[in-house]
Design a protein around this ligand. Structure first.
Ligand SMILES: *[C@@H]1O[C@H](CO)[C@@H](O)[C@H](O)[C@H]1NC(C)=O
Ligand SMILES: *[C@@H]1O[C@H](CO)[C@@H](O)[C@H](O)[C@H]1NC(C)=O
Ligand SMILES: *[C@@H]1O[C@H](CO)[C@@H](O)[C@H](O)[C@H]1NC(C)=O
Ligand SMILES: *[C@@H]1O[C@H](CO)[C@@H](O)[C@H](O)[C@H]1NC(C)=O
Ligand SMILES: *[C@@H]1O[C@H](CO)[C@@H](O)[C@H](O)[C@H]1NC(C)=O
Ligand SMILES: *[C@@H]1O[C@H](CO)[C@@H](O)[C@H](O)[C@H]1NC(C)=O
Ligand SMILES: *[C@@H]1O[C@H](CO)[C@@H](O)[C@H](O)[C@H]1NC(C)=O
Ligand SMILES: *[C@@H]1O[C@H](CO)[C@@H](O)[C@H](O)[C@H]1NC(C)=O
Ligand SMILES: *[C@@H]1O[C@H](CO)[C@@H](O)[C@H](O)[C@H]1NC(C)=O
Length: 579
């Protein structure tokens, strides 16, 4: 018996790339300032404006009215482009509006181009729902002198009228707007877009040719394909219960190859008393993960939230803190050097600034550079909440996240740093705003840095399982997302928000969603039969597979392993069988 497995000709190159780009950065030639690129003229309205009437102001200000105080007028750019201006504003919401009708359960993508008459400021799109509630739909830092794109959206909980309005923090500037678009999607359309993306970015076509040694096709050959390892990191947080609870161990190991320790590496866990470091628990957890082939994201070196310091830290003087923090970063990073796939260096530094307040504005930057110096190979993450999960949180909006990112990477020393974007993805109650989530991923994805959803969860509610599935699919289908970790688990390990197994280790409805997705995104097995040409065509999620080909007459089998990678959009595998 002889197997001629003709691999996609990029295979050897691919292997090389994968070895050295642990988290999926294919090239260093990205221009992460592209995202803030401001254009001299706005682009056309997306989707022709969607349900917006007169989206490009070609018909003057028709269908738009003044909102609040102020005035509204059209203007022409030097190139003859017509846009609209809100002037004489005195309140942050003074602008102009268009009335629309929101339909229950539809997902609305918003986009628009913005400029200010002076300076730079955060501009938000706001939906005034049913003439009362104000719901944010997205934010952008707009400037004077060029146009910035605001992308966002809203999910309608109920059918109602709404008004689209615009907000700046500084009410004394003019807001210039052009090419406004609001495009509704049904849940089915949204899902179909996700599925198309998954097909495009997570899967490749594989063609098996099954033949006799003399090249004649073997019709009816059975080809059974089973995934042994998924390429996409889809993992789950883990805590110290893993050391003692055998059911938890089995539950975890049978599902996941990637994890983050929820609290055990944090400074408040490893140095409860100043000067007495104790790594017993994280060391033991790391030993367990190593024995089971599980990769670990390090979480975290520092946390910028005052509330979550070791108790003794809050009373230190700035100089004492600087000294203690220097010891901390050196200790934990060198201890785990080469053992982790990532470090969250300064957790939640878009919302909080404990270290900046005590040590100076560039505290975050200093610790990213220091971590890089101590362990140059491990990818260093920012890690923030609400950035894509909650449009009402301006502070952590993608625009502000990007600002912090630029600050951390501003120095030439950072240019070669392996850096990545961590988005926690803790969703609260209510239907997730997938339009806002996708817009944020689009925006941050344009930086070219890999994005991981690092702590994905959804608060308990009747629709928890359904919402969790929507969020996980949105993450998996987005091309910029290179990994997903859930902060979820079994009740016996104390997970009480996103519970995947109950107190008796019975899989919860939310746990069933996770198991379904693990299976759908890879495991198989898929049983297929070769056609009259001896051919099997199949689209497989990127990963490693065991394949067993069985001759229809002799029942002889041929076993082979294949590796399906995104670099090969089509892979041909020739299996020759002796009769
Ligand atoms: C308009 O401006 C006046 C004076 O500044 C203020 O009292 C009033 O509340 C404003 N109206 C709105 C709708 O903002
Ligand atoms: C409103 O602003 C425009 C400039 O955009 C100015 O020409 C006009 O005089 C202002 N109107 C009032 C009533 O202040
Ligand atoms: C919308 O407003 C009307 C009138 O204020 C009210 O009767 C209705 O309940 C509101 N609808 C929702 C869904 O809040
Ligand atoms: C090719 O090989 C198969 C199996 O050995 C045999 O049945 C068939 O007749 C051969 N065909 C030709 C054209 O040689
Ligand atoms: C370190 O932590 C472990 C686990 O909590 C504990 O058993 C041990 O006593 C600690 N060691 C010291 C020296 O405190
Ligand atoms: C941080 O800021 C301080 C004070 O401005 C400066 O001395 C130091 O060089 C800066 N560090 C970095 C890494 O930019
Ligand atoms: C939908 O419900 C969620 C949660 O109750 C809320 O945060 C959001 O603002 C609502 N959206 C709209 C458009 O009312
Ligand atoms: C859920 O778990 C967290 C962390 O263990 C704990 O602080 C919280 O009190 C628990 N909540 C409930 C409702 O049990
Ligand atoms: C295929 O991979 C499995 C591990 O998944 C290994 O045990 C087996 O030897 C491999 N077979 C071939 C033909 O390489």
């Amino acid at each position: 018996m002889k197997v001629a497995a003709k691999l996609c000709n990029l295979f050897t190159t691919t292997y090389f790339l994968l070895l050295f780009s642990g988290l999926g950065v294919d090239s260093k030639d990205y221009d992460y300032f592209a995202t803030t690129k401001c254009t001299t003229e706005p682009h056309k309205a997306q989707y022709g404006g969607g349900i917006i009437v007169n989206p490009e102001f070609d018909h003057n200000i028709e269908s738009w009215t003044v909102f609040g105080n102020g005035t509204m007028e059209e203007r022409l750019s030097n190139n003859g482009n017509r846009f609209i201006v809100a002037s004489n504003r005195t309140q942050t919401l003074d602008s102009f509006s268009q009335k629309i009708q929101l339909k229950k359960e539809l997902i609305y993508m918003f986009s628009g181009w913005f400029q200010l008459s002076e300076g730079r400021d955060l501009v938000s799109v706001v939906f005034k729902i049913n003439d009362s509630e104000l719901v944010y739909g997205g934010h952008v830092i707009a400037k004077n002198g060029c146009w910035s794109l605001l992308k966002g959206g809203i999910v309608a909980n109920f059918s109602s009228s709404a008004e689209i309005i615009f907000e700046t923090n500084n009410p004394s500037v003019e807001i210039w707007v052009d090419s406004v678009s609001l495009q509704p999607f049904t849940k089915e359309e949204w899902r179909s877009h996700q599925d198309n993306n998954i097909e495009r970015v997570r899967k490749s076509r594989v063609r098996f040719h099954v033949s006799n040694v003399n090249e004649t096709a073997i019709e009816g050959a059975k080809v059974v394909i089973k995934q042994t390892k998924a390429n996409f990191p889809f993992g789950c947080g883990m805590n110290y219960h893993i050391l003692t609870n055998r059911d938890y161990q089995e539950w975890f190991v049978s599902r996941f190859k990637y994890t983050t320790f929820t609290n055990q590496m944090k400074w408040y866990s490893t140095e409860i008393i100043q000067g007495q470091e104790n790594y017993t628990i994280p060391d033991a957890m790391l030993k367990f993960t190593k024995e089971n082939g599980i990769s670990v994201r390090g979480h975290n070196i520092f946390w910028d939230y005052e509330k979550y310091q070791p108790k003794w830290v809050n009373s230190l003087s700035p100089d004492e803190l600087r000294e203690a923090a220097a010891k901390r970063i050196k200790s934990v990073v060198t201890r785990y050097k080469g053992e982790l796939i990532a470090w969250d260096v300064m957790n939640e530094n878009v919302h909080f600034h404990f270290y900046e307040d005590k040590l100076g504005e560039n505290a975050s930057e200093i610790y990213y550079l220091r971590a890089y110096e101590l362990d140059p190979k491990t990818t260093l993450f920012m890690n923030e909440y609400n950035t894509i999960e909650y449009s009402g949180d301006k502070v952590a909006s993608p625009a502000n996240y990007f600002n912090k990112l630029k600050e951390i990477l501003q120095s030439p020393e950072a240019s070669e740093m392996s850096f990545a974007i961590g988005l926690q993805c803790h969703f609260a109650s209510g239907r997730p705003n997938l339009a806002y989530m996708r817009s944020g991923l689009d925006f941050l994805g344009e930086t070219g840095f890999p994005i991981w959803l690092t702590e994905t969860s959804v608060d308990p509610q009747a629709e928890q399982a359904e919402y969790f599935e929507e969020i996980l699919r949105e993450g998996y289908s987005h091309p910029a997302v290179k990994g997903i970790i859930m902060f979820a688990g079994p009740a016996q390990a104390g997970f009480n928000s996103t519970l995947l197994a109950d107190a008796n280790f019975q899989t919860t409805p939310t746990g069933k969603v996770v198991d379904k997705l693990i299976s759908e995104w890879g495991t198989g097995p898929y049983t297929t039969i070769a056609d009259g040409r001896g051919i099997v065509d199949i689209s497989l999620h990127h990963g490693d597979y065991d394949v067993i080909v069985t001759h229809p007459l002799t029942q002889q089998t041929e076993k082979l392993n294949i590796s399906v990678r995104k670099e090969c959009s089509q892979k041909n595998i020739h299996v020759k069988m002796h009769a």
